[in-house]
Design a protein around this ligand. Structure first.
Ligand code: ADP
Ligand code: MG
Length: 393
């Protein structure tokens, strides 16, 4: 067992004095390419990572649900019959972290059409080694692990895509974070050494082999430590610009445009809106090109696409920050094949695809560049494309 799996088991035992009846886990994720394309009905290419959130579960004698986490000082207990009164919406007396797990229980029972009073009460103990708030989606990991645990325990028969939707419902309606479904799909459907090519309009997925290990490559994450927030205006402003651009072009979503439509778009809209549109349209094309390159030539062929994605987010979508640009530039000058910021922007992490024997050079270069710019040192680590949510024991 990993440290986090042990921690979930130990927390469960200290909470109940008994062993759990089972343990489940779900991973965080990194998005290889396809940024701000999800809410434009477009394409994304995330992969699940080896860092996971673990849930140890047992049955309670009463009809309650208790959630505890190593992340929080106090467990939270709610009668199952009260979930429908708690959500949607956020109640002051439910701490935010607990709304992720309780929101999943609520959304799962609702999606399955099952009366909350007809299922047994449960205790859940949660521990994770996914860095929290670093853009690696610890939120999808806690949702996926909780959803998998409760779906099995309560015999609700929901499939992986349904559980991903349930995770998003919890995040949108119980926590109140207006996020898309990419993170949950990656966490549920991840495969070893592969990415999930997701069409955000149809929710169709294809598994795309990454072949990093065979090519002698590693994926390095450079976490800038700069905290992003969904609450700040930047995210909402970008969404609004995309909607405006689609309306001007007379399409349902920017997904419906291709690069050949860009000259006409440039004539019809103001410069800022046009550049937002150009990012999304070219980024969708880069996802398609990345999938094609991986399938025909392998991972060494995607470096230019990663770099172009970063430049587009920096210059057209304007969601990078100096720390992210510094991380990308340092990685490239230390010999990375490609690098880009990943996640929603305004902070978080950059990724770099690097020859195995250059990982230390990239780490040293990033740390030195941050120091020279007066930034707080970044956290640098590697991630391995890994399996999605499931039962551990
Ligand atoms: P990210 O998904 O990038 O890590 P988010 O802000 O979307 O960042 O989600 C982080 C939030 O999810 C935390 O602040 C906490 O409320 C909740 N969370 C994530 N992991 C855990 C955990 N192991 N235990 C309790 N809450 C968690
Ligand atoms: Mg998140």
């Amino acid at each position: 067992m990993t440290d986090a799996a042990n921690a979930a088991d130990a927390l469960f035992r200290s909470l109940t004095g008994e062993a759990p009846i089972g343990t489940w886990s779900a991973p965080g994720r990194v998005n290889l390419i396809g940024e701000h394309t999800d809410y434009n009905d477009g394409f994304v290419l995330p992969f699940a990572i080896q860092q996971r959130t673990h849930v140890a579960l047992g049955i309670r004698p009463d009809a309650g649900i208790r959630v505890a986490s190593t992340f929080a000082s106090e467990p939270v207990t709610v009668p199952l019959a009260e979930l429908d009164a708690l959500f949607p919406g956020r109640r002051e007396d439910v701490p935010e972290w607990a709304a992720y797990a309780l929101g999943v229980a609520w959304a799962l029972l609702r999606a399955a059409g099952v009366d909350p009073e007809s299922v047994p009460g449960v205790d859940l103990a949660i521990a994770s080694d996914v860095p929290i708030g670093a853009g690696l989606s610890s939120s999808a990991a806690i949702e996926g692990a909780t959803a998998a645990a409760l779906n099995d325990t309560w015999n609700l028969g929901q499939d992986a895509v349904a559980l991903a939707r349930i995770g998003r419902t919890a995040e949108n309606e119980a926590v109140g974070a207006p996020t898309g479904i990419m993170d949950q799909m990656a966490s549920m459907l991840g495969r070893e050494d592969a990415a999930i090519f997701l069409d955000c309009r149809s929710l169709e997925t294809q598994i795309v082999d990454l072949g990093f290990a065979d090519a002698g490559l590693q994926l390095v994450v450079i976490d800038t430590g700069v905290k992003h927030s969904h609450a700040t205006g930047g995210y909402g402003e970008r969404r609004a610009a995309c909607e405006r651009g689609a309306a001007i072009m007379g399409v349902e979503a920017l997904r419906d445009l291709s690069v050949t439509d860009l000259p006409r778009a440039e004539q019809l809209m103001d410069d800022v809106t046009f550049r937002r549109v150009r990012h999304v349209v070219t980024e969708n094309q880069r996802v398609l090109d990345t999938v094609h390159a991986l399938r025909t030539d392998g991972p060494r062929a995607i470096g230019d696409l990663l770099r172009a994605s970063h430049a587009s987010m920096r210059d057209d979508f304007e969601i990078s920050v100096p720390e992210l640009d510094t991380a990308v530039d340092a990685a490239m000058s230390a010999g990375a094949i490609g690098a880009r910021m990943t996640g929603g922007g305004f902070g978080g992490a950059a990724i770099a695809l690097v020859d195995r024997d250059r990982v230390d050079d990239v780490r040293d270069a990033a740390i030195a560049a941050f120091s020279a710019s007066g930034f707080t040192a970044p956290t640098v680590f590697t991630v391995v494309p890994s399996a999605g949510a499931g039962r551990e024991s």
